[in-house]
Design a protein around this ligand. Structure first.
Ligand code: HEC
Length: 161
């Protein structure tokens, strides 16, 4: 029982770490609202996700699908145009959007292009290189939380058919 509780705690910690760059809740806002039905003001906690956080979640999901296509040898869908928004989307911590960030974003978009142009036999390598550019930015701008999750995208030799 003790062990199970411990595991649960660890799981919660891991999940929490995946949600944001750092574990803090600086994006949490507390607002006072008065509804027509009740005169009493109710306190609503809103946890807003930034445009960039939403784009990142979309990127993770779509890259998971892309990963399946790479493994099964299906045709790849080019998503890089949509991902250009990585340069302009509002971030939770705007101070992280520096020249370094934009350079790392370009490196990522270039690796995405390289994957789209890769020959059949180089696709797995190109895909994993792309994942590395995700991780490089996360290290570079100190957004460590999602790194273990991003690394799950990597294709290992045993994943290949
Ligand atoms: C150029 C830098 C950069 C690149 C490249 C990058 N990220 Fe991110 N990522 C960020 C930043 C900054 C945030 C924090 C966004 C925010 O909270 O506004 C973030 C947040 C995330 C999150 C957490 C989103 C949430 O729920 O709050 C995930 C997951 C993620 N990125 C996955 C990826 C994946 C997968 C890739 C590659 C396909 C990638 N990232 C490439 C900078 C980058």
């Amino acid at each position: 029982m003790k062990l199970r509780l411990h595991t649960f705690g660890l799981l919660l910690f891991l999940i929490g770490g995946l949600v944001a760059c750092n574990g803090d809740s600086s994006s949490e806002e507390t607002t006072q609202e008065t509804t027509e039905e009740s005169e009493e003001p109710t306190t609503v906690i809103i946890k807003e996700s930034s445009e960039l956080a939403l784009l990142m979640r979309q990127m993770w999901d779509e890259n998971m699908e892309l990963r399946d296509r790479v493994i099964s040898g299906e045709e790849l869908v080019d998503l890089s145009e949509e991902y250009n928004r990585i340069h302009s989307a509002n971030a939770t911590e705007p101070e992280k959007i520096t020249d370094t960030y934009h350079a790392l974003a370009d490196a990522y978009l270039t690796s995405m292009e390289a994957l789209m142009n890769a020959s059949e036999e180089n696709r797995v390598e190109a895909f994993n290189n792309m994942v590395t550019t995700c991780v490089n930015c996360h290290r570079g701008v100190s957004c460590q939380g999602p790194i273990p999750k991003i690394n799950r995208l990597r294709i290992r030799p045993t994943d290949e058919a």
